[in-house]
Design a protein around this ligand. Structure first.
Ligand SMILES: Nc1ncnc2c1ncn2[C@@H]1O[C@H](COP(=O)(O)OP(=O)(O)OP(=O)(O)O)[C@@H](O)[C@H]1O
Ligand SMILES: [Mg+2]
Length: 280
């Protein structure tokens, strides 16, 4: 199947997000407004693991409310990039700012940053011995200092929003993978994040559960959440992303709007990548 055929397919469950004109189809990294500070700003970021140069001079500006999908072959540095943005990995040099503030390196400020930059991984990482409700309540109480009752009320609201409020008294192992991933999203949202990072949130799920998680992500995008999403779900990229960033060997090779990326990738690396993921 050709790239353009895939692009022409419609996933009926996704409505186009219909983002504001200043961020959509801007062709090449749509900056919201000349003076608007980026929600995520990565400048000249370098990262090594031993001799391996994993992030090479990364420059990435994500304006408030923008949804950026990160694509690239295995080992290209996508997860590392995500992890540096909430400082699960420190960078060697360069600068990362979230909402204008440089990342703190430790202590309370770092805990607050992690709350403000929600992250959802491939594996859900829920507390196995806590109920769903407790999983979503714990962070706001411990990190954000919310009153328990208030945190519980908000948790129920969020669980309703992701469609699993009726499961609130169960334990993670009693839920399907798709349900657990929706809990993980609710848990991140309970911290009132400014940004959400998703690292292949659907790749560990059975196919029939992928859409229930993507639907939640599409609705978040529609509500204006700033999102950086590593995913190979092309339907999501095409319908919800303002931008596609394509990485290879630790370098951002292309940074453009989804339509251009999927129909007319500029680099040989991107063409090769697309033919591999779309060519089955
Ligand atoms: N903690 C670590 N220690 C050493 N090397 C690491 C570490 N984490 C990642 N790497 C290496 O850094 C490179 C980039 O890894 P990363 O996980 O960011 O890639 P990725 O693009 O997310 O790949 P995938 O699509 O397989 O998830 C890889 O070569 C990986 O082996
Ligand atoms: Mg990865």
């Amino acid at each position: 199947m050709s790239v353009s055929n895939v692009l022409a397919m419609t996933d009926s469950q996704f409505e186009p997000v219909g983002r504001s004109p200043d961020t959509s189809a801007s062709g090449g990294g749509g900056v919201a407004a000349p003076d608007a500070p980026s929600m995520i700003s990565v400048r000249s970021a370098q990262k090594h693991f031993g001799d391996l140069h994993v992030l090479r001079d990364i420059e990435l500006e994500v304006p408030r409310g923008q949804v950026v999908v990160v694509l690239g072959p295995s080992g290209s540095g996508k997860s590392t990039l995500c992890r540096t943005i909430n400082r699960l990995e420190p960078i060697d040099s360069g600068e990362i700012r979230v909402d204008g503030e440089p990342l703190p390196s430790e202590g309370r400020a770092l805990a607050n940053l992690r709350a403000e930059v929600g992250m959802v991984f491939q594996s859900f990482n829920l507390f196995a011995h806590k109920t769903i409700l407790d999983n979503v309540t714990l962070g706001p109480v411990k990190v954000r200092g919310k009153k328990k009752e208030e945190a519980r009320a908000r948790a129920v609201e969020l669980l309703e929003r992701v469609g699993i409020a009726e499961q609130k008294d169960k334990y993670p192992a009693q839920l399907s993978g798709g349900q657990q991933q929706r809990v993980a999203i609710a848990r991140a949202l309970a911290m009132d994040p400014k940004v959400m990072l998703f690292d292949e949130p659907t790749s560990a799920l059975d196919p029939e559960m992928v859409n229930e998680v993507l639907d939640v992500m599409v609705s978040l995008a529609r509500e204006g959440m700033t999102m950086l999403v590593v995913t190979h779900e092309m339907g999501f990229a095409r319908k919800a992303a303002d931008r596609v960033v394509f990485m290879a060997d630790g370098v951002i090779v292309e940074d453009t709007d989804p339509e251009s990326f999927f129909t007319a990738p500029k680099s040989e690396r991107a063409r090769d990548f697309l033919s591999k993921i779309l060519g089955h």
